[in-house]
Design a protein around this ligand. Structure first.
Ligand code: ZN
Length: 131
């Protein structure tokens, strides 16, 4: 079964969605397998990173801003090319192993929805598969 979640985002931020992913996995009934967390947007992404120190999220955004600043040479008329670049750098999905009915994550890992061009009403999908 496919699970869909909605999110109201700020301008540029990482949102911890580990709880929603664990909830979807639990509801799916899959105890051993994999799950895909997918973001259907072109200026947002999904990643796994540290959950302990919030400064890591701050630094990630800072580094992405250094890697992909807004350039006057950009041609895309919507004016959000830097966000498109960040979304591709980040990726639009992650795969997580399901073990014992739960996403198998390291102690310091969380799954994040990454907003690069908010505020917007966003969604993401979780699909768990057994085997
Ligand atoms: Zn655009």
């Amino acid at each position: 079964m496919l699970y869909e979640y909605n999110l109201n985002t700020g301008k540029e931020e990482f949102y911890d969605i580990t709880r929603q992913v664990a909830e979807a996995v639990s509801q799916s009934g899959v105890t051993d397998g994999t799950c895909v967390v997918f973001c259907p947007h072109t200026t947002a992404g999904i990643t796994v990173n540290e959950n302990a120190d919030p400064d890591v999220r701050f630094d990630m955004l800072l580094a992405l801003e250094e890697i992909s600043p807004n350039l006057e040479k950009f041609r895309h008329g919507e004016g959000n090319s830097a966000a498109h670049v960040k979304a591709s750098l980040c990726g639009s999905s992650v795969n997580v192993i399901i073990s014992g009915g739960k996403p198998l994550l390291g102690m310091w890992q969380a799954i994040y929805f990454c907003e690069f061009d908010g505020p917007r009403r966003r969604k993401f999908y979780v699909k768990a598969t057994g085997g």
